[in-house]
Design a protein around this ligand. Structure first.
Ligand code: SAM
Ligand code: SF4
Length: 337
């Protein structure tokens, strides 16, 4: 492999893609146990010293923004709202120049209380995960009876001006596969933007099965039975969601067909795990350790060089449909979804 180029402000790979969107996992822990993500008993969590400290996270984000051209920072996890330093991290990232857009993917628990603080700190937008509107199903799917907290979190986010509030839903066969129209109705009623995501092989239990996955085609057929969907004329760019106007617009709905309609060719993501590893892709089987370099005294240029090298090795696609596909050793919750 040739060496990664060192063009200032550019984080490129060998296939001509340029990463501008950084996903940062703030913790691998979570207060829910979604069945497609984690086992009931949770996982062996990262130990304290393995986790990056708040200042270390901000430093690595600063390197990405100032030296590598990152323009979008999304915090995720695990559940990012359970990290006590989140408002301070958001505020420090909002002070960077050029100021990146800052967003958060969350299960919404605690968002009702935290939304105004996060908004004031500089958070621009949130995606809240909600797979069902039925309390009993929610409790089965997440193994916690917390639907009311999530709904309150959504309302709190909208009231705090974290707009547009997006809803992320995963449909599972035999659990909530019939809920696509109801979720869209709910989103339209509240002014949220719904995205339905195909389930991916990223669960810690390795329970994913291609044969039973609810596909983008099925999701679109279910939505189409109740709504008139027309292709969204807006430019898709590197967005993973294909979007449609609902009943002529302006409301939209998105479907993320990560498995059956992969968008790897347009991917502009780079990822940082809570323990300071760079990943070029959710499905990468390799990671590059920035934490070790940072703690050994590397300067910003050295950290940027390591990050560039990690991204230069990014593969062309995730290869889920390839017979040799290997699920990454870390589950989604530890990588940062
Ligand atoms: N805890 C936060 C949440 O649930 O939004 C952030 C982390 S979670 C891993 C990020 C997103 O990944 C959520 O929308 C969740 O539904 C999705 N997710 C988790 N496991 C998945 C899987 N196996 N396939 C598809 N999406 C998944
Ligand atoms: Fe937690 Fe999010 Fe995984 Fe659900 S999907 S268990 S909320 S990290």
């Amino acid at each position: 492999m040739t060496a990664a180029p060192t063009t200032p402000g550019v984080l490129a790979d060998r296939y001509g893609r340029v990463a501008k969107d950084l996903r940062v996992s703030l913790t691998d822990k979570c207060n829910l146990r979604c069945t497609y993500c984690m086992p009931a008993e949770g996982l062996p969590w990262l130990a304290g010293p393995q986790l990056l400290g708040d200042d270390e996270i901000v430093r690595l984000i600063r390197v990405a923004v100032e030296r590598l051209g990152v323009t979008e920072v999304r915090f995720t996890g695990g559940e990012p709202l359970i990290r006590p330093g989140l408002p301070g991290i958001v505020a420090a990232v909002a002070d960077l120049r050029p100021r990146p857009r800052i967003s958060l993917t969350t299960n919404g628990i605690g968002l009702e209380r935290l939304a105004p603080t996060l908004r004031a700190a500089g958070l621009d937008r949130v995606n809240v995960s909600l797979d069902t509107l039925d309390r009993a199903r929610f409790a089965t799917l997440t193994r916690r009876d917390r639907l009311a907290d999530v709904l309150a979190g959504l309302a709190g986010a909208a009231a705090a001006g974290l707009s547009p509030v997006k809803l992320n839903s995963v449909l599972m066969r035999g659990v909530n596969e019939d809920e696509a129209p109801a979720l869209l109705r709910f989103a339209l009623e509240h002014g949220y933007e719904l995205r339905i995501i195909e389930q991916m092989p990223l669960d810690a239990q390795h329970g994913w099965d291609r044969a039973t996955m609810v596909t983008a085609d099925e999701i679109l057929a279910a939505l189409g039975s109740e709504f008139d969907l027309t292709p969204d004329p807006a430019e898709r760019g590197a967005a993973p969601a294909e979007t449609w106007l609902v009943d002529g617009g302006p409301a939209r709905v998105g479907v993320i067909g990560s498995v059956t309609r992969p968008f790897c060719g347009d991917c502009d993501r780079t990822r940082l795990t809570a323990d300071g590893q760079v990943r070029a892709c959710l499905f990468a089987t390799e990671e590059s350790d920035l934490r070790g370099a940072l703690r050994a005294g590397a300067d910003d240029e050295e950290l940027a060089r390591r990050w560039r090298t990690a991204m230069w090795g990014k593969r062309a696609g995730h290869g889920i449909d390839d017979p040799t596909f290997l699920q990454p050793a870390r589950p989604m919750s530890a990588i940062g979804g």
